[in-house]
Ligand binder design. Sequence first.
Ligand SMILES: Nc1ncnc2c1ncn2[C@@H]1O[C@H](COP(=O)(O)OP(=O)(O)OP(=O)(O)O)[C@@H](O)[C@H]1O
Ligand SMILES: Nc1nc2c(c(=O)[nH]1)N=C(CO)CN2
Length: 162
Amino acid sequence: MTRAVLSLGSNLGDRLANLQLAVDGFRAELVAVSPVYETAPWGVTDQDDFLNAVLVVEAEGVDEWGWLRRGQRLEEESGRVRVLRWGPRTLDVDVVTVDGVRSEHPDLVLPHPGTHERATVLVPWLDVEPEAVLPGHGPVRAVLAGLGTEGVHRRDDLRLET
Ligand SMILES: Nc1ncnc2c1ncn2[C@@H]1O[C@H](COP(=O)(O)OP(=O)(O)OP(=O)(O)O)[C@@H](O)[C@H]1O
Ligand SMILES: Nc1nc2c(c(=O)[nH]1)N=C(CO)CN2
């Protein structure tokens, strides 16, 4: 059994529907779905706000590459076209962690390298795993305390159906 933490993001098209597509795609493996957050863009800041959420998924016989491929298939299903690094996208599925796996492979770096500096991932992750630990960085709660939560707004009016 492997357990993965996946980060979802969308700032193009029907953002909530795009996140829902990912939830539906992982329906059989879902352990937890975070609330939805509306977040100011980081990286390329001259683009629309994102919706972000985090999923915890678990399955027998799916390794870290399996979770990556599953996420990429859903990105394609959402109509995603890769144009610009950190640019607008219908759906982004990042593999944040898979159990304690560490990987330096460029196609699958684990834990996901940006995680410790992204409140857009850490805030929803804490909602679903309050005791989460980010390998190499320590308790998520502590990492987030050093980072702050500016620009990350919970949208209780937007709900993902499970
Ligand atoms: N942990 C990971 N999760 C998802 N993709 C990863 C991971 N590690 C490496 N990659 C690789 O990153 C590439 C996808 O990059 P993408 O265009 O989604 O980057 P980005 O979302 O713009 O930036 P970032 O990766 O910093 O969030 C893919 O080729 C994928 O193989
Ligand atoms: N707020 C926010 N900003 C982003 C995001 C994201 O998911 N949320 N994803 C990006 C590309 O990976 C670039 N910038």
